[in-house]
Design a protein around this ligand. Structure first.
Ligand SMILES: [Zn+2]
Length: 401
């Protein structure tokens, strides 16, 4: 290394360290309804920074409005040096200042996925007790949603027992996304009520009958999926992280779009990459989103019923052809729309039923062991795996992290 370049490195380090010492890390909550473009304006970041993003990334940027907590590194003179803003469950926007200009990239959120087993004795109600003791509001909601079909919650008494085996993604000590309940049990008046999740993603009772009906319908009469939901994938050619926070259905311009379930339209209008878009609020904290429409047929505030025509397929916003981008959100987080849309009904038969009974046996054994050991309360790990995919390890390694 020549003297001059050494000097340059020295200068750069000096500049960086002055920044570092004078800068503060800020942990903030995203302002409701704030778009990413407005956020850039707030810090006088030129909008050209968005030009490096392609169509799919632009949709991710539109999704920033669902963000809750995010991080900023701000210099003492108020200049934004860095921002880390989660989008979806597994990716985040990384906006950062270089000596020349601002840059933006999409990078993965490092999280841990743990399997937990919880056992607790009812004091107030299963919902309140799960929040108080396990400190996981999402788990309380999911447990109630799954069990309310088979147990009369009014009959629950003190000292009734709750047992849950579930996996949960954790980031900086906080649960992210909806917990994935494998088996849940409620013992009430000496009778045990179980719910099991099968490999098809549906919940069944002990006899292998579907317990929780998926109450949403397809948003188009004829569906042809052209792009599936992904929380995170690595694009092998672009060498970049991508996500697709919805399901795309190919359909001709003008095809009627149907409300997936009863609800209230909470947004009808234009929104960034989504173009003409409608969002509907449903029960249990679900929101559906219908993007790239050619014409909107329902207004903000309007009540709609399942199957009602709310608009027409188009290609507005960041879209390369006529299609419907259908998104589903649970408590503000994008989840796979197909997990709630009903395509077929009925219980398990034949090979599927035998596979189900095997899983059921395994999980009933775990639950019974908890009871036999009489574990006092309430959470401990059974499995501890770090959910870092091999590509992600390489990615971090290449950047020297
Ligand atoms: Zn899409």
């Amino acid at each position: 290394m020549s003297k001059i370049s050494l000097l340059r490195v020295g200068l750069l380090l000096l500049v960086l360290s002055t920044f570092t010492f004078a800068a503060k890390v800020k942990h903030s909550v995203w302002e409701k309804g704030l778009s990413f473009e407005q956020y850039l304006k707030k810090y006088q970041v030129p909008e050209e920074v968005l030009e490096s993003l392609d169509g799919e990334d632009a949709l991710l940027v539109s999704d920033v409005e669902n963000t809750k907590r995010y991080y900023e590194l701000i210099a003492s003179n108020g200049v934004l040096l860095q921002a880390l803003i989660p989008v979806g469950e597994e990716l985040q926007l990384h906006l950062f200042k270089t000596p020349k200009a601002y840059k933006i990239e999409v990078i993965p959120v490092a999280y841990q996925k743990n399997t937990y087993v919880s056992l607790l004795s009812v004091e107030k109600s299963p919902h309140a007790d799960i929040i108080n003791k396990v400190k996981n509001r999402g788990l309380a909601t999911e447990f109630t949603r799954l069990l309310k079909h088979s147990v009369n919650f009014r009959g629950i008494q003190k000292k009734d027992k709750v047992a849950i085996v579930y996996t949960q993604k954790m980031h900086l000590g906080q649960p992210i996304g909806v917990p994935n309940i494998k088996v849940a049990m409620l013992e009430s008046r000496k009778k045990k009520h179980y719910v099991f999740k099968h490999t098809d993603g549906k919940y069944y009772n002990e006899e292998g009958k579907v317990l929780v009906q998926k109450y949403m319908k397809k948003p188009l009469n004829h569906v042809r999926i052209t792009s599936h939901f992904t929380n995170r994938r690595f694009h092998p050619v672009l060498k970049r992280w991508k996500a697709h926070l919805g399901t795309d259905f190919g359909a001709r311009r003008g095809t009627p779009i149907l409300a997936a379930a009863d609800g209230k339209v909470i947004f009808s209008g234009w929104q960034g990459g989504y173009g003409k878009v409608i969002k509907i609020q449903h029960k249990d904290g679900y929101v559906t989103l219908y993007a790239h429409q050619s014409r909107l047929k329902s207004k903000t505030g309007q009540r709609v019923t399942q199957g009602q025509v709310i608009g027409y397929v188009g290609t507005t916003g960041r879209s390369t052809g006529s299609h419907l981008h259908f998104g589903l959100y649970k408590n503000g987080r994008a989840i796979n729309p197909m997990s709630m849309v009903k395509f077929s009904t009925g219980g398990l038969t034949g090979k599927d039923k035998r596979a189900f009974l095997n899983r059921k046996k395994k999980y009933t054994k775990i639950i019974n062991k908890i009871f036999d050991d009489n574990m006092p309360s309430h959470v401990w790990n059974t499995v501890n795996e770090i959910a870092v995919s091999p590509e992600m390890k390489t990615y971090y390694k290449n950047r020297g992290w």
